[in-house]
Write a protein that binds this ligand. Structure first.
Ligand code: ADP
Ligand code: MG
Length: 331
C-alpha cells in the first residue's frame, strides 16, 4: 500500500505545456500524402461523373493500415486539399463499437441531426437515413475505425451491414460513395462480397520499412527535436540502429513513431528543461511507461531487441525477473 505523505511541489507545467502546444500540431507531409490526395480527388471526381450519368452509383474507397500508421490524420489533412468535398455533401463519423445495423444507423442519424428518440426497426432507421442523406445532399460518408464492422457480431449481422452499405452506394435516386478507414482486417469485409469488391478500391498505408525508411524517420526525429522543440539532439539518435529500434518500437507505424519522438522530447524537458539533450534514455523511459515493461524487454535498451515484440512487452513485466542484462547494442 502507498503511504500518504505531503507531496513535494511538482515542477511548473507551463513551459512544458507551451512546448507541447508548439510541437503537437506540426504535420509531416510525405509522398504518401501526395499519392493519397490524388486518389481521393479522382474518387470525388468519378462520383460527380457517376451522379450525372444515367445509372448513378457510388463507390467505396478503403484506407487500410495498421494502428498508428496515420490513416485518420492523412484523411483529415487530405480533405482540406481536395476539391468537391465540404460540409454540405460530406459526413464524417466514427464507426461505433460494437457495430450493429441499429448502432451504426443511430450514429448516422445523429450526425444528420436526427437523434433517435424511440426504438425503431432497423429497416425504418435506414429508410430515414436514405431520406435525410438526400435531403441534406450528402454524397460522401467517411466511416473511420471501420474495422469495428467486423467486431464480435454474428455473420448474419455482418451480411446485413454489408448489404445496407451496398444499397446505400447503389441507391439510384440518391447514390452515396463511402470512404472506410481502418485496420487491415477491413479487407475481409470488402472481399466478402464480390459486388462490394467490384465497387471498391483500396489505398494501403504500408508499414515503415527498414532500411528504406531510415532517412525519412531520422529526418522527422531531428525536425521535431531540433526545429519544432528547439532542443539539442544526442548523437546516438542519429544512428541507423537507433532509428531501426524506433521503427520497431512504433510497430512500424509512421504516426506512432512521430508520437514517440514527441513524448520523448516532452519527457526530456520535464527532466532537465529546455537545455536537455534528447537521447536514447528518454525514448527508453517513454517506451517503458507505455508498455509497462522491464528493462530487459525495452527495445531501446535490450541487446536482443530484434527478438522483442512490442505488443508482448507488457506480459514480460508480470513474469519473474530474468537476470539483468546490460544495456547494449548489437553488432
Ligand atoms: N503525417 C503526420 N505528421 C504529424 N503527425 C502525424 C502524422 N501522421 C500521424 N501523426 C501522429 O500520429 C498519431 C496517430 O495517427 P492516426 O492518423 O491517428 O493513425 P491511425 O488512424 O492510422 O491509427 C496522430 O494523432 C498524430 O499525432
Ligand atoms: Mg485512426
Amino acid at each position: 500500500m502507498t503511504n500518504y505523505t505531503a507531496s513535494s511541489p511538482v515542477k511548473t507545467a507551463c513551459g512544458r505545456t507551451a512546448l507541447a502546444a508548439r510541437i503537437v500540431d506540426k504535420y509531416f507531409s510525405t509522398d504518401r500524402d501526395d499519392r493519397f490526395r490524388q486518389v481521393l480527388q479522382d474518387f470525388i471526381d468519378d462520383m460527380s461523373v457517376a451522379v450525372a450519368s444515367q445509372h448513378p452509383e457510388g463507390r467505396m474507397l478503403a484506407l487500410v493500415g495498421g494502428s498508428g500508421a496515420g490513416k485518420t490524420l492523412t484523411m483529415e489533412k487530405a480533405i482540406k486539399h481536395v476539391n468537391g468535398l465540404d460540409d454540405s455533401n460530406f459526413l464524417r463519423l466514427t464507426t461505433p463499437s460494437p457495430c450493429t445495423l441499429k448502432q451504426l444507423g443511430r450514429v448516422v442519424l445523429e450526425r444528420l441531426g436526427y437523434p433517435l428518440q424511440r426504438e425503431l426497426a432497423d429497416h425504418r432507421i435506414w429508410e430515414m437515413i436514405r431520406y435525410h442523406l438526400k435531403e441534406h445532399g450528402v454524397r460522401f460518408i467517411w466511416l473511420d475505425e471501420a474495422h469495428h464492422i467486423l467486431g464480435r457480431g454474428s455473420d448474419s449481422e455482418l451480411t446485413k451491414l454489408r448489404d445496407v452499405l451496398k444499397s446505400t452506394m447503389q441507391q439510384r435516386e440518391w447514390a452515396v460513395s463511402l470512404i472506410l478507414s481502418g485496420l487491415p482486417v477491413l479487407s475481409a469485409f470488402i472481399s466478402g462480397d464480390r459486388q462490394v469488391e467490384r465497387r471498391s478500391q483500396t489505398f494501403r498505408f504500408q508499414p515503415l520499412a527498414f532500411p528504406d525508411d531510415v532517412d525519412l524517420v531520422r529526418e522527422i526525429a531531428y525536425e521535431i527535436v531540433a526545429n519544432h522543440a528547439g532542443m539539442a539532439v544526442h548523437d546516438e539518435i542519429g544512428t541507423d540502429e537507433f532509428i531501426h529500434r524506433l521503427i520497431v518500437a512504433s510497430e512500424w507505424g509512421l504516426g506512432s513513431a512521430i508520437t514517440l519522438v514527441r513524448r520523448a522530447v516532452l519527457f526530456a524537458y520535464s527532466q532537465a528543461g529546455a537545455d536537455a539533450v534528447v537521447g536514447v534514455e528518454h525514448f527508453a523511459e517513454i517506451y517503458a511507461e507505455e508498455r509497462d515493461c522491464s528493462a530487459d524487454s525495452n527495445i531501446f535498451f535490450a541487446a536482443d531487441w530484434q527478438e522483442i515484440v512490442p505488443s508482448n512487452s507488457r506480459l514480460d513485466a508480470a513474469l519473474p525477473a530474468r537476470p539483468k542484462r546490460k544495456r547494449g547494442k548489437t553488432a
